[in-house]
Design a protein around this ligand. Structure first.
Ligand SMILES: Cc1ncc(COP(=O)(O)O)c(C=O)c1O
Length: 450
């Protein structure tokens, strides 16, 4: 039998991040200043981001070197293993070969530290003392809390209220690394207070928490803002995943036919997919599937227009698939996928049909997660369980057609802090929210007209 795990050595940790910008077949529409609606320049971002990250955001260099200090921290968990899902294949009785890249081995339990460590490093290098951020599932907040601890920065996390109460131990974990965590919307910011005044029972959303964290950074001289997804440089930091994957496949003499990942803001998907999309743009035949929740279907039901990244309209406008920046998604258990928009890079690639998107309901997702756990052992986070659901669908299709495709998905986090969701699923208490059409229409009506 072929090996179950393929490893690389620490010396094989990538030495640069892959920047897809120069390889795009069409230019990425620029971010616009929220006030003037003109293309935003580096100075517009300077109050909330360090110059090094602003430079990466607009860079046209294909390879951006990873500082040795960052690679040194990556060594704590990278390179991550590539698994062959032998037991899952057997259980599905499929001729497909299924592989998954497992990012749950990081200290925070997901792919998020790949960018958190880089962001903390570049902020520290420019004299920043404190970082403010939002977190949905708690994975990103944990990653940044860990990274801030490593580089001696203070960390303030605005945690979406629904997740704060669904996942109390994520908060404990962030506090263990020394971060301060508040449920969002909070009383600590003007935008939080105004949303609470209008709707004291709101479950919160990533859009609201982003407004709070951006406001925090803009109103404290020693503080910058850190975002766990969506932005070009964040997606780029995640390409260590796909680069390692390619090296692992080379060792095996295999190349994937289908690459699958979940999408919230798009960073884990970009991380695994972009290095392979580079080959597709060079002529190779590969299929890419981005999977999102039916309750928050940014790509499959959203519009590709300019919109704000946050609820309070503090961020620049970016062109992306969006459900409208005031849309508050239902409190589904994949908290990391409750975002109204999508990364501009992923949006552009979807609009060009280089990537396709699918939406799935959470009961089907948890069904796939439990099936996976019972055969492969690992209990996945609800977000990558979306990718598992579609990977299983594709493998079942192979059984029907007799094709022996190679399927790769990103198992971008474990679900050890998500057991209340598993409890709800196992007790038959998990609700499938229909696509909230009326709410989305209302929110889309509020998208700025340019
Ligand atoms: C485990 C996990 N996967 C996926 C996501 C979604 O974010 P992204 O699309 O940027 O990977 C999150 C976000 O919090 C997450 O925690």
């Amino acid at each position: 039998m072929a090996d179950t795990k393929t490893f690389l050595e620490e010396k094989d940790i990538p030495k640069s991040w892959y920047n897809i910008a120069p390889d795009l077949p069409a230019p990425l529409p620029p971010a616009l200043h929220p006030g003037t609606k003109q293309p935003a320049g580096p100075d517009d971002f300077a109050p909330i981001f360090p110059m090094a990250l602003i430079g990466q955001e607009v860079s046209r260099e294909r390879e951006i070197p990873i500082p040795e200090e960052v690679r040194e921290v990556y060594r704590l968990w990278r390179p991550t293993p590539l698994y062959r899902a032998h037991r899952l294949e057997k259980a599905l009785d499929t001729p497909a070969r299924i592989y998954y890249k497992y990012e749950g081995v990081s200290p925070a339990g997901s792919h998020k530290p790949n960018t958190a460590v880089a962001q903390a490093y570049f902020n520290k290098a420019e004299g920043v003392k404190r970082l403010a951020t939002e977190t949905g599932a708690g994975q990103w907040g944990s990653a940044l809390a860990f990274a801030c601890r490593i580089f001696g920065l203070e960390c303030k996390v605005y945690m979406v209220k629904a997740s704060y109460f669904q996942k109390p131990y994520r908060r404990s974990m962030m506090e263990t690394w020394g971060a301060t965590v508040v449920p969002s919307p909070s009383q600590d910011t003007r935008s939080g207070r105004s949303i609470l005044a209008r709707d004291p029972e709101t479950p919160g959303s990533l859009g609201i928490a982003i407004s709070e964290a951006v406001e925090d950074a803009a109103t404290h001289d020693d503080t910058k803002y850190s975002l766990g997804s969506v932005l070009n440089h964040v997606l780029m930091h995640q390409t260590v995943i796909g680069q390692e994957c390619k090296a692992q496949f080379e060792k095996l003499g295999v190349y994937p036919d289908v690459v699958i990942g979940c999408v919230g803001g798009g960073s884990s998907f970009a991380g695994i997919a972009f290095p392979f999309i580079r080959d597709k743009l060079g002529g190779k035949k590969v299929q890419f599937i981005a999977v999102e929740p039916e309750a928050c279907p940014s790509i499959t039901q959203g519009k590709y227009v300019y919109d704000f990244g946050d609820t309070a309209e503090l961020t620049p406008l970016v062109k992306m698939y969006t459900l409208g920046h005031t849309f508050v998604p239902p409190a589904i258990h994949a908290g990391g996928l409750r975002y109204h928009g999508m990364a501009p890079l992923i949006s552009l690639l979807c609009s060009l049909r280089i990537i396709e998107a699918r939406a799935v309901h959470q009961n089907a997702v948890f069904g796939a997660a439990v099936f996976f756990a019972r055969h492969e052992g690992i209990v996945p986070a609800p977000e990558p369980a979306h990718a598992i659901k579609v990977a299983i669908e594709e493998a079942v299709k192979c059984k029907e057609t007799g094709q022996a495709k190679t399927i790769l998905f990103n198992l971008c986090g474990h679900g050890h802090f998500d057991m209340s969701a598993y409890d709800a699923y196992l007790a038959g208490r998990l609700e499938d929210y229909a696509y909230p059409k009326a709410e989305v229409e209302k929110a889309l009506a509020g998208v700025p007209k340019l």
